[in-house]
Design a protein around this ligand. Structure first.
Ligand SMILES: [Mn+2]
Length: 308
Protein backbone atom coordinates (compact mmCIF):
# COMPACT_ATOMS: atom_id res chain seq x y z
CA UNK A 1 0.00 0.00 0.00
CA UNK A 2 1.38 3.37 -1.05
CA UNK A 3 2.31 5.80 1.71
CA UNK A 4 0.27 8.99 1.50
CA UNK A 5 2.06 12.32 1.83
CA UNK A 6 -0.35 15.10 2.78
CA UNK A 7 -0.30 18.76 3.79
CA UNK A 8 -2.86 20.59 5.90
CA UNK A 9 -6.54 21.22 5.24
CA UNK A 10 -7.24 24.32 3.17
CA UNK A 11 -3.82 23.76 1.56
CA UNK A 12 -1.47 26.58 0.62
CA UNK A 13 1.34 26.41 -1.92
CA UNK A 14 3.79 24.89 0.59
CA UNK A 15 1.36 22.15 1.63
CA UNK A 16 0.77 21.10 -1.99
CA UNK A 17 4.34 21.49 -3.27
CA UNK A 18 5.92 19.90 -0.18
CA UNK A 19 3.59 16.88 -0.53
CA UNK A 20 4.44 16.42 -4.23
CA UNK A 21 8.16 16.95 -3.66
CA UNK A 22 8.46 14.72 -0.61
CA UNK A 23 6.59 11.93 -2.40
CA UNK A 24 9.07 12.39 -5.28
CA UNK A 25 12.02 12.12 -2.87
CA UNK A 26 10.57 8.97 -1.31
CA UNK A 27 10.06 7.49 -4.78
CA UNK A 28 13.65 8.35 -5.71
CA UNK A 29 14.67 6.41 -2.60
CA UNK A 30 12.70 3.39 -3.80
CA UNK A 31 9.66 3.83 -1.56
CA UNK A 32 6.06 3.73 -2.72
CA UNK A 33 4.70 7.19 -1.86
CA UNK A 34 1.83 9.22 -3.29
CA UNK A 35 1.03 12.89 -2.73
CA UNK A 36 -2.56 13.63 -1.79
CA UNK A 37 -4.36 16.83 -0.78
CA UNK A 38 -7.30 17.44 1.55
CA UNK A 39 -8.66 20.61 0.00
CA UNK A 40 -9.00 22.77 -3.08
CA UNK A 41 -5.99 24.21 -4.90
CA UNK A 42 -5.78 27.99 -4.54
CA UNK A 43 -5.00 30.32 -7.47
CA UNK A 44 -1.40 30.92 -6.48
CA UNK A 45 -0.67 27.18 -6.25
CA UNK A 46 -2.46 26.55 -9.55
CA UNK A 47 -0.18 29.12 -11.18
CA UNK A 48 2.88 27.20 -9.94
CA UNK A 49 1.49 23.81 -11.01
CA UNK A 50 0.62 25.15 -14.48
CA UNK A 51 3.95 26.93 -14.88
CA UNK A 52 5.97 23.79 -14.14
CA UNK A 53 3.39 21.48 -15.73
CA UNK A 54 2.80 19.27 -12.70
CA UNK A 55 -0.54 17.63 -11.91
CA UNK A 56 -2.24 18.45 -8.61
CA UNK A 57 -2.15 15.72 -5.94
CA UNK A 58 -5.19 13.47 -5.76
CA UNK A 59 -8.00 14.93 -3.65
CA UNK A 60 -8.81 12.81 -0.59
CA UNK A 61 -10.92 14.25 2.17
CA UNK A 62 -10.27 11.34 4.52
CA UNK A 63 -7.71 8.56 5.10
CA UNK A 64 -8.78 5.00 5.87
CA UNK A 65 -7.85 3.15 9.07
CA UNK A 66 -4.40 1.61 8.83
CA UNK A 67 -3.24 3.85 5.95
CA UNK A 68 0.40 4.93 6.35
CA UNK A 69 0.58 8.74 6.31
CA UNK A 70 3.36 11.34 6.25
CA UNK A 71 2.28 14.83 7.33
CA UNK A 72 4.03 17.77 5.72
CA UNK A 73 3.72 21.47 6.60
CA UNK A 74 1.56 20.89 9.71
CA UNK A 75 1.26 18.80 12.85
CA UNK A 76 -1.79 20.13 14.69
CA UNK A 77 -4.70 17.69 14.78
CA UNK A 78 -7.25 20.35 13.90
CA UNK A 79 -5.42 21.09 10.64
CA UNK A 80 -4.93 17.47 9.60
CA UNK A 81 -6.83 15.29 7.15
CA UNK A 82 -9.89 13.53 8.59
CA UNK A 83 -9.37 9.95 9.71
CA UNK A 84 -5.74 10.50 10.72
CA UNK A 85 -6.40 9.33 14.28
CA UNK A 86 -7.18 5.82 12.98
CA UNK A 87 -4.51 5.84 10.28
CA UNK A 88 -0.82 5.16 10.88
CA UNK A 89 1.18 8.39 11.07
CA UNK A 90 4.78 7.45 10.30
CA UNK A 91 6.53 10.77 9.77
CA UNK A 92 6.23 14.57 10.03
CA UNK A 93 8.18 17.15 8.01
CA UNK A 94 7.24 20.61 9.25
CA UNK A 95 8.21 24.13 10.29
CA UNK A 96 5.38 25.06 12.68
CA UNK A 97 4.92 25.07 16.46
CA UNK A 98 3.87 21.79 18.00
CA UNK A 99 0.26 22.15 18.96
CA UNK A 100 -0.44 19.10 21.13
CA UNK A 101 1.20 16.25 19.26
CA UNK A 102 0.27 12.72 20.38
CA UNK A 103 1.22 9.60 18.45
CA UNK A 104 0.40 5.92 18.95
CA UNK A 105 3.98 4.82 18.33
CA UNK A 106 7.41 6.30 17.71
CA UNK A 107 7.69 8.24 14.44
CA UNK A 108 10.22 10.20 12.38
CA UNK A 109 9.98 13.96 12.89
CA UNK A 110 11.95 16.46 10.79
CA UNK A 111 11.22 19.99 11.87
CA UNK A 112 13.28 23.14 11.63
CA UNK A 113 12.43 26.75 12.49
CA UNK A 114 12.81 27.88 8.88
CA UNK A 115 10.45 29.81 6.61
CA UNK A 116 9.09 26.90 4.62
CA UNK A 117 8.70 23.09 4.70
CA UNK A 118 9.98 22.99 1.13
CA UNK A 119 13.32 24.42 2.30
CA UNK A 120 13.70 21.38 4.58
CA UNK A 121 12.76 19.03 1.73
CA UNK A 122 15.17 20.65 -0.76
CA UNK A 123 17.97 20.13 1.75
CA UNK A 124 16.91 16.51 2.27
CA UNK A 125 17.40 15.93 -1.48
CA UNK A 126 20.84 17.56 -1.35
CA UNK A 127 21.88 15.77 1.85
CA UNK A 128 21.08 12.45 0.16
CA UNK A 129 22.85 13.47 -3.07
CA UNK A 130 19.65 13.01 -5.06
CA UNK A 131 19.21 15.40 -7.99
CA UNK A 132 16.12 17.59 -7.83
CA UNK A 133 14.24 17.40 -11.16
CA UNK A 134 13.55 20.78 -12.79
CA UNK A 135 9.79 20.71 -12.20
CA UNK A 136 10.18 19.70 -8.55
CA UNK A 137 12.77 22.48 -8.06
CA UNK A 138 10.21 24.90 -9.49
CA UNK A 139 7.56 23.74 -7.03
CA UNK A 140 9.92 23.89 -4.04
CA UNK A 141 10.95 27.40 -5.11
CA UNK A 142 7.29 28.43 -5.45
CA UNK A 143 6.55 27.26 -1.91
CA UNK A 144 9.50 29.17 -0.45
CA UNK A 145 8.52 32.36 -2.30
CA UNK A 146 4.94 31.93 -1.09
CA UNK A 147 5.68 31.18 2.58
CA UNK A 148 8.35 33.88 2.89
CA UNK A 149 6.42 36.36 0.67
CA UNK A 150 9.47 36.90 -1.52
CA UNK A 151 11.84 36.85 1.52
CA UNK A 152 9.90 39.68 3.25
CA UNK A 153 8.37 37.61 6.04
CA UNK A 154 10.22 37.61 9.39
CA UNK A 155 10.02 33.80 9.23
CA UNK A 156 12.52 33.81 6.35
CA UNK A 157 15.99 32.49 7.26
CA UNK A 158 19.33 32.31 5.43
CA UNK A 159 18.57 28.67 4.77
CA UNK A 160 15.38 29.59 2.85
CA UNK A 161 17.27 32.23 0.93
CA UNK A 162 20.10 29.88 -0.04
CA UNK A 163 17.75 27.06 -1.02
CA UNK A 164 15.60 29.40 -3.16
CA UNK A 165 18.60 30.77 -5.08
CA UNK A 166 19.83 27.25 -5.86
CA UNK A 167 16.34 26.04 -6.80
CA UNK A 168 15.79 29.01 -9.17
CA UNK A 169 18.93 27.96 -11.05
CA UNK A 170 17.75 24.35 -11.34
CA UNK A 171 14.26 25.48 -12.35
CA UNK A 172 15.74 27.97 -14.84
CA UNK A 173 13.58 30.90 -13.81
CA UNK A 174 14.30 34.51 -12.90
CA UNK A 175 13.47 34.29 -9.20
CA UNK A 176 12.02 37.77 -8.61
CA UNK A 177 10.10 37.92 -11.87
CA UNK A 178 8.59 34.46 -11.36
CA UNK A 179 7.78 35.02 -7.66
CA UNK A 180 6.02 38.35 -8.33
CA UNK A 181 3.90 36.78 -11.08
CA UNK A 182 2.98 33.84 -8.84
CA UNK A 183 2.10 36.05 -5.84
CA UNK A 184 0.04 38.32 -8.10
CA UNK A 185 -1.90 35.31 -9.43
CA UNK A 186 -2.93 34.45 -5.87
CA UNK A 187 -3.41 37.94 -4.44
CA UNK A 188 -6.64 39.83 -4.04
CA UNK A 189 -10.28 38.91 -3.62
CA UNK A 190 -11.01 37.93 -7.22
CA UNK A 191 -14.54 36.54 -7.38
CA UNK A 192 -14.59 35.34 -3.75
CA UNK A 193 -17.71 35.81 -1.63
CA UNK A 194 -17.38 37.51 1.79
CA UNK A 195 -17.54 34.07 3.45
CA UNK A 196 -14.78 32.76 1.17
CA UNK A 197 -12.66 35.82 1.91
CA UNK A 198 -13.15 35.26 5.65
CA UNK A 199 -11.87 31.69 5.25
CA UNK A 200 -8.95 32.36 2.89
CA UNK A 201 -5.94 30.22 3.91
CA UNK A 202 -7.66 29.64 7.27
CA UNK A 203 -6.25 27.57 10.11
CA UNK A 204 -7.97 26.66 13.38
CA UNK A 205 -6.18 27.28 16.68
CA UNK A 206 -6.94 26.98 20.37
CA UNK A 207 -5.89 29.97 22.45
CA UNK A 208 -6.43 28.86 26.03
CA UNK A 209 -10.05 27.75 26.16
CA UNK A 210 -11.02 29.77 23.08
CA UNK A 211 -11.49 28.22 19.65
CA UNK A 212 -10.30 30.55 16.94
CA UNK A 213 -9.90 30.60 13.20
CA UNK A 214 -7.06 32.68 11.78
CA UNK A 215 -7.26 33.35 8.05
CA UNK A 216 -4.93 35.30 5.79
CA UNK A 217 -5.43 36.99 2.44
CA UNK A 218 -2.53 38.60 0.59
CA UNK A 219 -3.29 41.74 -1.37
CA UNK A 220 -1.51 44.43 -3.34
CA UNK A 221 -4.02 46.99 -2.01
CA UNK A 222 -5.96 46.49 1.26
CA UNK A 223 -8.89 48.67 0.15
CA UNK A 224 -10.42 45.93 -1.99
CA UNK A 225 -10.93 43.84 1.17
CA UNK A 226 -11.48 46.59 3.75
CA UNK A 227 -14.24 48.14 1.58
CA UNK A 228 -16.16 44.87 2.16
CA UNK A 229 -15.46 44.75 5.91
CA UNK A 230 -19.12 44.89 6.99
CA UNK A 231 -20.03 41.93 4.76
CA UNK A 232 -16.96 39.99 5.83
CA UNK A 233 -17.62 40.40 9.57
CA UNK A 234 -21.26 39.40 8.97
CA UNK A 235 -19.98 36.23 7.27
CA UNK A 236 -17.61 35.67 10.21
CA UNK A 237 -20.56 35.79 12.61
CA UNK A 238 -22.25 33.06 10.55
CA UNK A 239 -19.12 30.90 10.59
CA UNK A 240 -18.77 31.35 14.38
CA UNK A 241 -22.40 30.36 14.91
CA UNK A 242 -22.27 27.34 12.59
CA UNK A 243 -18.80 26.00 13.36
CA UNK A 244 -18.50 26.85 17.03
CA UNK A 245 -15.62 29.33 16.95
CA UNK A 246 -15.34 32.02 19.63
CA UNK A 247 -13.27 34.27 17.42
CA UNK A 248 -12.40 34.65 13.73
CA UNK A 249 -9.51 36.80 12.59
CA UNK A 250 -8.62 37.66 9.00
CA UNK A 251 -5.14 38.97 8.28
CA UNK A 252 -5.38 41.32 5.31
CA UNK A 253 -1.70 41.41 4.45
CA UNK A 254 -0.39 44.06 2.09
CA UNK A 255 2.62 42.43 0.44
CA UNK A 256 3.83 45.75 -0.98
CA UNK A 257 3.49 47.84 2.20
CA UNK A 258 4.50 44.90 4.44
CA UNK A 259 1.70 45.42 6.94
CA UNK A 260 -1.48 43.67 8.06
CA UNK A 261 -4.96 44.89 8.85
CA UNK A 262 -6.50 42.37 11.23
CA UNK A 263 -10.28 42.16 10.74
CA UNK A 264 -12.09 40.20 13.44
CA UNK A 265 -15.40 39.04 14.85
CA UNK A 266 -16.22 37.33 18.13
CA UNK A 267 -15.18 37.30 21.77
CA UNK A 268 -13.12 37.95 23.78
CA UNK A 269 -11.88 41.09 22.06
CA UNK A 270 -9.72 41.61 25.14
CA UNK A 271 -7.58 38.72 23.86
CA UNK A 272 -6.78 40.74 20.72
CA UNK A 273 -6.35 43.97 22.70
CA UNK A 274 -3.91 42.29 25.12
CA UNK A 275 -2.00 40.44 22.40
CA UNK A 276 -1.40 43.47 20.18
CA UNK A 277 -1.61 46.23 22.83
CA UNK A 278 -4.22 48.15 20.89
CA UNK A 279 -7.83 49.19 21.36
CA UNK A 280 -9.76 46.26 19.87
CA UNK A 281 -13.29 47.46 20.62
CA UNK A 282 -13.98 47.84 16.88
CA UNK A 283 -13.58 45.16 14.21
CA UNK A 284 -10.15 45.95 12.75
CA UNK A 285 -6.67 46.92 13.91
CA UNK A 286 -3.66 47.97 11.84
CA UNK A 287 -0.40 46.10 12.44
CA UNK A 288 2.58 47.72 10.67
CA UNK A 289 5.38 45.30 9.76
CA UNK A 290 3.23 42.23 10.43
CA UNK A 291 3.16 39.58 7.68
CA UNK A 292 3.51 36.24 9.47
CA UNK A 293 0.67 34.41 11.18
CA UNK A 294 3.11 31.92 12.64
CA UNK A 295 5.59 34.42 14.10
CA UNK A 296 3.64 37.62 14.67
CA UNK A 297 0.00 36.65 15.23
CA UNK A 298 -0.19 33.21 16.88
CA UNK A 299 2.55 33.73 19.56
CA UNK A 300 1.13 37.00 21.04
CA UNK A 301 -2.38 35.49 21.09
CA UNK A 302 -1.04 32.34 22.81
CA UNK A 303 0.77 34.47 25.39
CA UNK A 304 -2.23 36.70 26.01
CA UNK A 305 -4.50 33.66 26.45
CA UNK A 306 -2.12 32.15 29.02
CA UNK A 307 -2.64 35.24 31.21
CA UNK A 308 -6.47 35.09 31.09
MN1 LIG B 1 4.60 26.16 5.17
Amino acid sequence: MSIYVVGHKNPDTDSICAAISYAALKQAMGEDATAIRCGEINKETQYALDYFDVAAPILATKVEAGQKVIQVDHNEVGQAIDGLADAELIEIVDHHRFGGLNTAGPIYVHTEPVGCTSTIIANMFWDKNINIPKDIAGLLLSAIMSDTVLYKSPTCTDKDHDAAEKLAEIAEVDLHEYAMAMLKAGAGVGDKTPAEIAKTDSKPFSFGSYKALVSQISVMDTAEVLDMKADITAAMKDICDKEGYNLIMLMVTDIIEESTDLVFYGEPKKLIADAFKQDASGDCIHLPGVMSRKKQIVPPLTEAAAKF
